[in-house]
Design a protein around this ligand. Structure first.
Ligand SMILES: [Zn+2]
Length: 139
């Protein structure tokens, strides 16, 4: 409907897109939240997301409901970690939340290939191990 283009809707969605972030990985929750926010904003995510981040000994992969709000990211250990790859996978999953099926995606989107998305380039995703060790020493 034409009414969906009301400017008021875009304004109301200017707030955070990540409603909830559950982080079971060793990566910094704030870094992960900032990365997902940047992607969701750049891609104009239309609903609030529930993001779950888990560790995996294998390569990074993702899972999301088509047209839903839940995104699961299983992130590789630091020895196998690539931020551009994580960002491309996140983009793929965000496209699913926007209702896209695999047949609706370009080859780059489908296989999470190509350059790092622009919105991810100034973001960092740090592993927490070092930070936690320092915090413990300070207590
Ligand atoms: Zn997919």
């Amino acid at each position: 409907m034409v009414h969906d283009a009301r400017p008021g809707i875009a304004a109301r969605l200017d707030g955070p897109r990540v409603a909830r972030l559950e982080n079971y990985s060793g990566y910094d929750a704030g870094d992960l939240r900032r990365l997902v926010e940047a992607g969701a904003k750049a891609m104009r995510a239309s609903h609030k997301l529930h993001v779950v981040v888990t560790p995996t000994p294998q390569r990074t992969r993702g899972c999301a409901e088509v047209g839903g709000k839940k995104v699961v990211l299983a992130v590789a250990p630091p020895s196998r970690f690539s931020k551009p790859k994580l960002a491309r996978i996140l983009k793929h999953e965000l496209l699913h939340t926007q209702g896209l099926e695999h047949e609706d995606m370009t080859d780059e989107e489908l296989w999470s290939k190509g350059p790092e998305p622009r919105w991810a380039r100034d973001k960092q995703v740090r592993h927490e191990r070092k930070g936690k060790a320092i915090q413990k020493r300070l207590r």
